[in-house]
Design a protein around this ligand. Structure first.
Ligand SMILES: C[S@@+](CC[C@H](N)C(=O)[O-])C[C@H]1O[C@@H](n2cnc3c(N)ncnc32)[C@H](O)[C@@H]1O
Length: 350
């Protein structure tokens, strides 16, 4: 029997006082999960997504939303959209609807759709301009959404589930109206390590970057790529790749946008630290604290699910990855390690 304790958690009950324009923040400060997670639940589709869809996961997503918003200067959307010109928007893989809610508040005149593999939980009152649809967005035969329809197509954190990013980006471009924007926020799982001799964190602050800079690895922080790959990460990446899931998708999204015909591509990168170290901002420290305490429990869940998706012949790999992941978190404590979160916007030509 799995014991899961969540402390200091405030999930607001749905209330009629929640209004468009107000973004409720769900405060979740601490999670304590046991090592057993056999009671966790998952989507029931054949999609490759490996994270659970239960109450614990919903609370993690709410916390993560708050922390990501903070490190992005208290904003989510980066595309240069004028409020009045936005009438239809889509949040793909909307999870608990945190971004969907923010979309509906930011664009109060828009009809906002959130789509997910699993039902969206009721952690906040659904604003009247939101409709949730339970679908796999890659189910092309499904006609819930028309092509050339949305002013904004958005997604965040599909890194552990979207197969075939090229097809996914093309799908998003098809759904966007000419002149509309596609915006994606995702990780590239390449671990970076800030060497001990580096004292200024200037290059790690949020910055814009271009496709050639990414392709040529010419940014100063490219020298910080972690020299050694961890066994668990390599195995996890391999298991996911069997289902065409790419844990490095974040850095590839900009060129996929260009290949899919999007123009005016804007790329911003945010440093997401894995552990607390001297020089981090308060917001970064909060994020690091969350990752330190939470990922330790979630990574084994994801490894097991990726192994289950891959098939019984990978049971040994799963075992090895689980062992190594434990070692990894012990070794990571206090390290100056981080990942890049890519925020990429592109406009569909008129
Ligand atoms: C890590 S969660 C992120 C949720 C939300 N975007 C956020 O940032 O808080 C990823 C979500 O994407 C959904 N998802 C994954 N693959 C999907 C697909 N093919 N179609 C629709 N939703 C998908 C999952 O069910 C999950 O709720």
């Amino acid at each position: 029997m799995s014991t899961i304790t969540i402390t200091d958690t405030v999930l607001p009950a749905p209330s009629s006082s929640s209004k468009i324009g107000k973004v409720p923040v769900v405060k979740v400060d601490k999670f304590e999960l046991s090592e057993e997670e056999d009671e966790r639940t998952f989507h029931n589709t054949d999609a490759a997504y490996v994270l659970p869809n239960d109450n614990i996961e919903h609370q993690r997503l709410e916390l993560q939303h708050r922390l990501l918003r903070q490190i992005m200067g208290n904003k989510v959307f980066h595309a240069p959209l004028s409020k009045d010109a936005v009438h239809k928007t889509l949040d793909i893989g909307c999870g608990t609807g945190a971004v969907t809610h923010e979309m509906a508040s930011t664009f109060p005149d828009a009809h906002v759709f959130g789509v997910d593999l699993s039902p969206v939980p009721q952690v906040r009152q659904k604003l009247p301009n939101i409709d949730y649809v339970q679908r796999n967005i890659m189910d092309i035969a499904d006609e819930s959404f028309e092509n050339d329809f949305f002013d904004l197509v958005f997604s965040r954190l599909l890194v552990l589930g979207m197969s075939n990013w090229k097809a996914y980006v093309e799908r998003c471009v098809s759904l966007t109206r000419p002149g509309g924007w596609v915006e994606m926020h995702d990780f590239s799982n390449a671990v970076h390590h800030v060497p001990a001799h580096v004292s200024s964190l200037e290059h790690l602050r949020p910055h814009s970057i271009t496709i050639p800079e990414i392709a040529n690895s010419s940014h100063p922080t490219d020298a910080y790529q972690h020299p050694s790959a961890w066994l668990w990460d390599t195995i996890f990446g391999k298991l996911l790749a069997l289902k065409d899931v790419d844990i490095y998708c974040g850095s590839k999204i900009p060129s996929l946008f260009a290949e899919a015909g999007l123009t005016d591509i804007r790329i911003r990168r945010y440093m997401v630290p894995y552990s607390r170290w001297e020089g981090l901002t308060r917001e970064e420290k909060e994020m690091a604290n969350y990752l330190e305490t939470f990922m330790r429990d979630l990574i084994p869940v994801a490894i097991r699910k990726a192994g289950e998706n891959a098939g019984p012949e990978y049971a040994k790999d799963v075992e090895e990855a689980l062992k190594d992941a434990k070692r990894y978190y012990e070794a990571f404590e206090g390290g100056r390690n981080f990942l890049w979160m890519y925020v990429v916007c592109g406009r569909k030509p008129e």
